[in-house]
Design a protein around this ligand. Structure first.
Ligand code: BGP
Length: 467
């Protein structure tokens, strides 16, 4: 649809940016922090581990000052579970609480709304060693941990996100399981346990945090059929339900997606649902939906002949296909980033429209951005015009989605500052702020504003009116 005029971004639009604790903080074993599963990460191919990261733990004041200079209205970050509870439960590490207290106070002082993700991929190692999400006691630990956060920070933090990309943790389990990779049956049990945990945290947030708003933050994307062949459409529906709707249907409607349930039954992967689980899940009502969006996916009908799953390296955006369910296909209408992720700004509008149409809840884009090999010039500049171009196109589509009627409340590009990419360390950078370090040479970690920093600063200043 062509519009004569596009809607303005609302005055209180949350122009934001994202990070996550283990990718940005460093200080992995300081001030009483317990280890998380990410701290076991051993560098491969010269890629850094997460031990020092961007040293935000020690430089948060300088970083918040940069956020203020950028003009951010909000900042999405995650809390490290094992910094607050070194064993995942039990004794609180007051030093950990102190760090987040200071960070939150600094943000508030700069009029930046904190948006907190409770759990972003960094399960405490102690819990992992006791079975992790296979063990229902992890549900109780998550609830205990969430309660501490709501009680300690709920007076200042009003926007909460339960679990980052639960769907990625289930569909791409390698990075979350330093030991043995769980079977699919185990993964869907873990998935169910996480559903119960988030539901309990959602209910608790509403009880404890005055005017608190809480929602999930899965990685959602529209799935396209390769052709208008109806069998391709069936395959794209299959994958869209398995990858996306399962997670949001549970959160919003409190029920398992019927297509996914049929799939789980067929595979013998249905989870054990204990008495009371579905009541809790149904009772928990999110206030908004966090959505991480990077790229659409295109699929073709499964052949079910043993060749549907491609033996190549997948990551959270690169599909492998699944025998008898769908095959990965090429989309020749789209470009790719240098790391092989599809670039599809219009696909973001498609995704937002589908989500809003299905759930009618406010949407916060909790992640979206371009990972690239940035270059620091001798005179301290980073000319990331490719990132500006990427974001400009996506922001424009966000505005179109807003004009389409989607209740979009904010946008948190990934990432505020360079941080450790999950697979490519500092070779793949996302930030508005450059951090001068290499994979294994920490240098001084000086911060530099990229060209995209200045561009985003303007966008925020004029409330996106030229997008
Ligand atoms: C999302 C994760 C983030 C972040 C981002 C970029 O899936 O929620 O933690 O890492 O993807 O991905 P990568 O770091 O692999 O480039």
């Amino acid at each position: 649809m062509f519009y004569k005029q596009l809607k303005e971004f609302p005055q209180d639009f949350l122009w934001s940016a994202s990070t996550s604790a283990y990718q940005v903080e460093g200080a992995y074993n300081e001030d009483g922090k317990g280890l998380s599963i990410q701290d076991l990460h051993h560098p491969t191919n010269g890629i850094t581990d997460f031990k020092v990261a961007s040293d935000h733990y020690h430089r948060f004041k300088e970083d918040v000052a940069l956020m203020a200079k950028l003009g951010l209205k909000a900042y999405r970050f995650s809390i490290s579970w094992s910094r607050v509870l070194p064993e995942g439960k039990g004794e609180i590490n007051e030093k950990g609480i102190e760090f987040y207290d200071q960070l939150i106070n600094e943000l508030i002082k700069c009029h930046i709304e904190p948006i907190v993700t409770i759990y972003h991929f960094d399960l405490p190692l102690a819990l992992y060693n006791q079975g992790g999400w296979n063990n229902r006691e992890t549900i109780d630990a998550f609830v205990e941990y969430s309660k501490i956060l709501f009680e300690r920070f709920g007076d200042r933090v009003k926007y909460w996100l339960t679990i980052n990309e639960q769907n990625v943790m289930i569909n791409h389990p390698n990075a979350m399981n330093p030991g043995k990779v769980p079977t699919k049956k185990e993964l869907y049990q873990q998935c169910h346990n996480m559903f119960v945990a988030s539901a309990k945290a959602t209910i608790l947030c509403h009880e404890i945090v005055e005017n608190g708003k809480i929602g999930p933050a899965p990685n959602i994307t529209a799935i396209y059929p390769e052709k208008c062949n109806p069998s391709d459409v069936i395959a794209s529906d299959n994958w869209e339900s398995i990858r996306c709707w399962l997670y949001l249907d549970i959160a919003v409607y409190g029920r398992y997606n019927s297509l996914v349930w049929a799939y789980l039954e067929e595979k013998g992967w249905t989870p054990t649902i204990e008495e009371g689980d579905m009541e809790v899940i149904e009772k928990a009502k999110p206030d908004y939906l966090g959505v991480n969006y990077y790229a659409t996916a295109t699929v073709a009908a499964a052949k079910n002949d043993g060749t549907d799953c491609q033996p190549r390296n997948g990551d959270q955006q690169i599909m492998l296909g699944e025998e008898g369910v769908y095959r990965a296909a090429q989309n020749n209408y789209l470009e790719q980033t240098e790391f092989g992720w599809m670039v599809d700004s219009i696909g973001m509008r498609v995704t937002l429209r589908r989500i809003y149409d299905r759930y009618h809840l406010p949407i916060l884009i909790t992640e979206n951005g371009l990972g690239a090999k940035d270059v620091l010039t001798e005179d301290g500049q980073i000319h990331d015009d490719y990132r500006i171009d990427y974001l400009k196109r996506h922001f424009h589509q966000a505005r179109l989605a807003l004009t389409d009627g989607v209740d979009l409340i904010g946008y948190c590009p990934w990432s505020f500052i360079d941080l450790v990419s999950t697979h490519q360390g500092y070779q793949k950078r996302y930030g508005f702020v450059y951090v001068d370090r290499e994979e294994n040479d920490l240098k001084e970690m000086k911060r530099y504003e990229k060209d995209s920093f200045k561009w985003y600063q303007e966008v925020i200043k004029e409330n996106g009116k030229n997008l």
